[in-house]
Design a protein around this ligand. Structure first.
Ligand SMILES: *Cc1c(COP(=O)(O)O)cnc(C)c1O
Length: 350
């Protein structure tokens, strides 16, 4: 039986077209900025998102880290959502390596901080306090159903940032999922932020890599920090070749993943014992819970889906479950997950 992997869109392996492009890529030494394929990827991403320059980095975590370091000085404070990927899942890198202070704030159901609270959290100029210099945002919001945040929020934050002389960074690991769901050009979001990082290796299927974009001086600084963290790669055009296909082709098909996620969410919501709000399923993520009187705990359901059906889903804190659709998930896989969940929750209760 083949494994059906719904845990994340990071499990996507590269497509045949990507493998072909990788085999044939023109390459050079990217540390000398002489890899034509890397240069093309950086330029393409910058144009797509409306910035002067781009930097190919090894991961989304590295892109965010370089952005946070490049926008700030030691001891500065960054405001960010308390469930943002950067706050929760990046090992506190900007504190470890940049001596930066995090100011985590609560977010609403789709991942927005309260803009008035953001403004109130900016510290006055006082030697007792860190200097607040950066606001970090995320779209789509992975900790909040992968919800797509519309541009108005970023416009509001921009106003606050300008008023207080702050910079604004966007963790756009899944920005194209958000803009696909909102049916807008990505620049309708990125026009409000000083820098953005996008992942090529999630729903877009590239094997490795993210791109950080911003102004030319910002990217020059980020390039220096990339060298410091050991992220200067050599013939990285082999990877960038897949990244170009991710941006040019795979980006345009994300709506299919969203459609399958909707079908999955609507199917799950009809199963007794499943708790799920279909209204918040806007992109490729389906978060759900089980009722306390369901015949299985979330952990048991996850284990039995794997043991008996070879289906993997994600689980958090023995409460929330997550299924993510992506390029390698078909309509049939969605039906298989639905029927397996139905069988497990029904059989166990009889
Ligand atoms: C995956 C992800 C990252 C980090 O990307 P890696 O390539 O796993 O380091 C950052 N932010 C968000 C929102 C993500 O989903």
């Amino acid at each position: 039986m083949d494994t059906i992997d719904f845990r994340s869109d990071t499990v996507t392996w590269p497509t045949a077209a990507m493998r072909q492009a990788m085999a044939e890529a023109n390459v050079g030494d990217d540390v000398y900025e002489e890899d034509p394929t890397v240069n093309e990827l950086e330029e393409t991403t910058a144009v797509l998102l409306g910035y002067e320059a781009g930097l190919f980095v090894s991961s989304g975590t590295q892109g965010n880290l370089l952005a946070l370091l490049s926008h700030t000085q030691r001891g500065d404070e960054i405001i960010m959502g308390q469930d943002s990927h950067t706050f929760v899942w990046e090992a506190g890198g900007a504190s470890v390596l940049g001596s930066l202070v995090y100011c985590p704030l609560p977010t609403d159901q789709i991942g927005r901080m309260d803009v008035a609270q953001v403004e109130a959290s900016i510290k006055p100029d006082n030697p007792h306090l860190p200097r607040t210099t950066l606001i970090s945002t995320e779209n789509s919001s992975g900790g909040n159903h992968g919800a797509a945040i519309p541009p108005a929020y970023f416009a509001d934050l921009r106003r606050v940032a300008d008023k207080h002389g702050l910079r604004l960074h966007l963790d756009g690991a899944r920005l194209f999922n958000a803009t696909t769901a909102l049916n807008i050009d990505p620049r309708e979001i990125t026009q409000y932020v000083d820098s953005a990082s996008i992942c090529l290796s999630k729903g877009l299927c590239a094997p490795v890599g993210s791109v950080l974009v911003g102004s030319r001086p910002f990217i020059a600084q980020a390039r220096r920090y990339r060298k410091i963290v050991g992220g200067g790669m050599r013939q990285a055009g082999i990877l960038a070749a897949a990244g170009l296909i991710a941006l040019r082709e795979m980006r345009l098909r994300l709506g299919e993943d969203h459609r399958r996620a909707k079908v999955l969410a609507e199917g799950l919501a009809q199963i007794e014992g499943v708790v799920l709000d279909t209204a918040v399923v806007q992109t490729n993520m389906v978060f759900f819970e089980l009722t306390p009187d369901a015949p299985l705990t979330p952990t048991e359901l996850t284990q039995r889906l794997w043991a008996e059906y070879h289906i993997k889903i994600g689980g958090y804190d023995n409460r929330r479950l997550r299924a993510v659709t992506h390029y390698w998930i078909t309509d049939n896989h969605v039906q298989q997950l639905l029927s397996a969940t139905r069988q497990l929750l029904q059989t166990s209760s009889s």
